[in-house]
Design a protein around this ligand. Structure first.
Ligand SMILES: Nc1ncnc2c1ncn2[C@@H]1O[C@H](COP(=O)(O)OP(=O)(O)O)[C@@H](O)[C@H]1O
Ligand SMILES: [Mg+2]
Length: 96
Protein backbone atom coordinates (compact mmCIF):
# COMPACT_ATOMS: atom_id res chain seq x y z
CA UNK A 1 0.00 0.00 0.00
CA UNK A 2 1.62 3.28 -1.15
CA UNK A 3 1.45 6.46 0.90
CA UNK A 4 0.05 9.51 -0.88
CA UNK A 5 2.14 12.66 -1.20
CA UNK A 6 -0.35 15.38 -2.00
CA UNK A 7 0.74 19.03 -2.07
CA UNK A 8 4.41 18.47 -1.21
CA UNK A 9 5.70 21.01 1.33
CA UNK A 10 9.34 20.10 0.86
CA UNK A 11 10.47 19.06 4.31
CA UNK A 12 13.38 16.63 4.05
CA UNK A 13 14.72 14.73 7.01
CA UNK A 14 17.69 12.38 7.20
CA UNK A 15 17.16 10.15 10.20
CA UNK A 16 20.25 8.18 11.34
CA UNK A 17 21.11 7.35 7.75
CA UNK A 18 23.71 4.72 7.00
CA UNK A 19 25.01 3.80 3.59
CA UNK A 20 27.75 1.98 1.75
CA UNK A 21 28.14 1.10 -1.94
CA UNK A 22 30.03 -2.03 -0.96
CA UNK A 23 28.64 -4.26 1.83
CA UNK A 24 30.79 -3.92 4.95
CA UNK A 25 32.31 -0.61 3.78
CA UNK A 26 30.08 2.16 5.15
CA UNK A 27 30.43 5.57 3.51
CA UNK A 28 28.19 7.27 6.06
CA UNK A 29 27.16 6.26 9.58
CA UNK A 30 24.18 7.62 11.51
CA UNK A 31 23.79 10.96 9.71
CA UNK A 32 20.82 13.07 10.81
CA UNK A 33 19.65 16.51 9.75
CA UNK A 34 16.47 18.27 8.73
CA UNK A 35 15.67 20.76 5.97
CA UNK A 36 12.60 22.93 6.44
CA UNK A 37 10.21 23.75 3.58
CA UNK A 38 11.51 26.73 1.59
CA UNK A 39 14.95 26.51 3.15
CA UNK A 40 18.00 26.53 0.86
CA UNK A 41 20.84 24.29 1.90
CA UNK A 42 24.34 24.02 0.46
CA UNK A 43 26.36 20.91 1.17
CA UNK A 44 30.07 21.59 1.00
CA UNK A 45 32.89 19.11 1.04
CA UNK A 46 35.91 17.95 -0.89
CA UNK A 47 35.58 15.81 -3.99
CA UNK A 48 34.57 12.28 -3.05
CA UNK A 49 33.31 13.22 0.41
CA UNK A 50 29.78 12.05 -0.37
CA UNK A 51 27.76 15.11 -1.44
CA UNK A 52 26.24 13.47 -4.52
CA UNK A 53 25.70 10.21 -2.66
CA UNK A 54 23.67 12.10 -0.06
CA UNK A 55 21.39 13.65 -2.67
CA UNK A 56 20.85 10.40 -4.54
CA UNK A 57 18.81 8.98 -1.67
CA UNK A 58 16.03 11.56 -1.94
CA UNK A 59 14.76 10.54 -5.44
CA UNK A 60 15.90 6.96 -4.60
CA UNK A 61 18.64 6.55 -7.20
CA UNK A 62 20.10 4.60 -4.29
CA UNK A 63 18.44 3.45 -1.08
CA UNK A 64 19.97 3.90 2.35
CA UNK A 65 21.14 0.73 4.07
CA UNK A 66 20.13 1.99 7.53
CA UNK A 67 17.95 4.75 8.95
CA UNK A 68 15.53 6.62 6.70
CA UNK A 69 15.10 9.56 4.35
CA UNK A 70 11.76 11.20 5.10
CA UNK A 71 9.88 13.79 3.01
CA UNK A 72 7.00 15.62 4.67
CA UNK A 73 6.96 12.96 7.36
CA UNK A 74 6.85 10.06 4.91
CA UNK A 75 9.65 7.54 4.33
CA UNK A 76 10.64 7.85 0.63
CA UNK A 77 10.38 4.04 0.32
CA UNK A 78 6.67 4.23 1.15
CA UNK A 79 5.90 6.49 -1.82
CA UNK A 80 5.26 5.37 -5.37
CA UNK A 81 8.41 6.27 -7.33
CA UNK A 82 6.57 8.53 -9.78
CA UNK A 83 4.87 10.45 -6.97
CA UNK A 84 8.17 10.87 -5.13
CA UNK A 85 10.11 12.14 -8.15
CA UNK A 86 7.47 14.39 -9.71
CA UNK A 87 8.08 17.45 -7.46
CA UNK A 88 11.88 17.02 -7.37
CA UNK A 89 14.17 19.07 -9.62
CA UNK A 90 17.63 17.64 -10.13
CA UNK A 91 20.53 19.15 -12.09
CA UNK A 92 23.44 16.77 -12.15
CA UNK A 93 27.06 17.80 -12.59
CA UNK A 94 27.33 15.66 -15.72
CA UNK A 95 25.02 17.11 -18.36
CA UNK A 96 23.79 15.26 -21.42
N1 LIG B 1 28.26 4.22 -7.81
C1 LIG B 1 29.27 4.13 -6.93
N2 LIG B 1 29.79 2.94 -6.59
C2 LIG B 1 30.79 2.83 -5.68
N3 LIG B 1 31.36 3.88 -5.04
C3 LIG B 1 30.88 5.10 -5.36
C4 LIG B 1 29.81 5.30 -6.30
N4 LIG B 1 29.54 6.63 -6.39
C5 LIG B 1 30.40 7.24 -5.54
N5 LIG B 1 31.20 6.32 -4.92
C6 LIG B 1 32.22 6.62 -3.90
O1 LIG B 1 31.57 7.19 -2.76
C7 LIG B 1 32.34 8.28 -2.26
C8 LIG B 1 31.52 9.55 -2.31
O2 LIG B 1 31.35 9.96 -3.68
P1 LIG B 1 30.40 11.16 -4.13
O3 LIG B 1 29.12 11.09 -3.38
O4 LIG B 1 30.32 11.13 -5.62
O5 LIG B 1 31.24 12.44 -3.62
P2 LIG B 1 31.10 14.00 -4.01
O6 LIG B 1 29.80 14.22 -4.74
O7 LIG B 1 31.15 14.69 -2.67
O8 LIG B 1 32.30 14.32 -4.85
C9 LIG B 1 33.63 8.33 -3.08
O9 LIG B 1 34.60 7.58 -2.39
C10 LIG B 1 33.22 7.66 -4.38
O10 LIG B 1 34.32 7.04 -5.01
MG1 LIG C 1 29.35 15.04 -6.59
Amino acid sequence: MWMRWNNPRGEVEFDRVEFGYVPGQPVLRSASFQVEPGEFVAIAGSSGSGKSTLLNWVPRFYDVTGGAVIVDGCDVRDLRLGALRKPIGFVGQDNY
